[in-house]
Design a protein around this ligand. Structure first.
Ligand SMILES: NC(=O)c1ccc[n+]([C@@H]2O[C@H](COP(=O)([O-])OP(=O)(O)OC[C@H]3O[C@@H](n4cnc5c(N)ncnc54)[C@H](OP(=O)(O)O)[C@@H]3O)[C@@H](O)[C@H]2O)c1
Length: 262
């Protein structure tokens, strides 16, 4: 992977930030895109002061940005051979109470943005014979319909299905597509999703660097879909065996206790 360059959406915090640092430690330059310019600069500074890798930052709100222009701006300056579709968020609560615009924006960021970027990259990579890698950060939630986390789980189901199908379409061109389906990881995600601190302790959540170490190994082995952590693997396996209607019924019992008041 040494000498490669990765575009990571949502590289300012959480999984994206940790992946950028992991890539940099392994000789991969990074191009990071997110809204928080100050935090992006900080991540870039940390990377460049602790590794020999370079990092470049683009401040953009991926929901409102002209993605095609952003794609051209980035690829005219950088030869990208790894795309990480990571930027995303979730909202918790009864769907009918959640802000409509917020739910639509989630679909935009979690679904439309990875589809659009994947399309731009694949067209160019295939035309130019680039044997690139696309890494899509889905979720364990992709395997289940989750009441009170409905839109989020559905966006991740889309991403898992899309990503695994595209993987098979482009493998003959030497292009790899890897879907990562993490369970709970300690990041900004929970706060941003509106998970109340007093209800949801983060004790069972995986440390972000531990999760990214596992993801890094899976990426190198080309494993997909990849679920970090043994318990999460078991949940994912069971969820794929049980009918969706039954899973949603069980999910309601658990989630309603905590999140039904929204
Ligand atoms: N943490 C978990 O438990 C968990 C589990 C499974 C899957 N995931 C998935 O992992 C991915 C990363 O989440 P995380 O846990 O690292 O959450 P996070 O700490 O909240 O980071 C989210 C990243 O996305 C960026 N982002 C959010 N909205 C954006 C927008 N409109 N335009 C551009 N960038 C935007 C954020 O940067 P700015 O705020 O600077 O824009 C930030 O860098 C998400 O797709 C999430 O669904 C997380």
């Amino acid at each position: 992977m040494i000498g490669k360059k990765a575009l990571i959406t949502g590289g300012s915090f959480g999984i994206g930030e940790a992946l950028a640092k992991k890539f940099a430690q392994n000789g991969i330059d990074t191009v990071l895109v997110a809204r928080n310019g100050e935090k992006l600069e900080l991540v870039k500074k940390e990377i460049e002061s602790s590794t020999k890798s370079r990092s470049y930052v683009y401040r953009a709100d991926l929901i409102t940005a002209d993605l095609q222009k952003l794609y051209h701006d980035i690829t005219s300056e950088h030869s990208i051979d790894i795309l990480v579709n990571n930027a995303g968020f979730g909202t918790i609560g009864p769907f009918y109470k959640l802000d409509t615009k917020g739910e639509v924006n989630m679909v935009e960021l979690n679904v439309r943005v990875p589809v659009e970027l994947t399309s731009y990259f694949l067209k160019d990579w295939i035309k130019n014979g680039v044997k690139g890698t696309i890494i899509n950060i889905a979720s364990l939630a992709a395997f289940l319909p989750i009441p009170y986390f409905s839109t989020y789980a559905a966006t991740k189901s889309f991403l898992l299905s899309f990503s695994e199908a595209i993987r098979r379409e482009v493998e003959d061109f030497g292009i790899k597509v890897i879907t990562i389906c993490p369970g709970g990881i300690k990041t900004e995600f929970q706060k941003r999703a509106g998970v109340p601190d007093n209800i949801y302790t983060m004790q069972n959540y995986m440390d972000v660097n531990t999760a990214v170490d596992l993801m890094w190994k899976a990426i190198n082995k080309g494993k997909s879909p990849y679920i970090p952590g043994t318990n999460n693997k078991i949940y994912g396996f069971l969820a794929s065996l049980v009918p969706k209607g039954f899973i949603a019924k069980l999910g309601k019992i658990f989630m309603k206790r905590y999140f039904a008041t929204g």
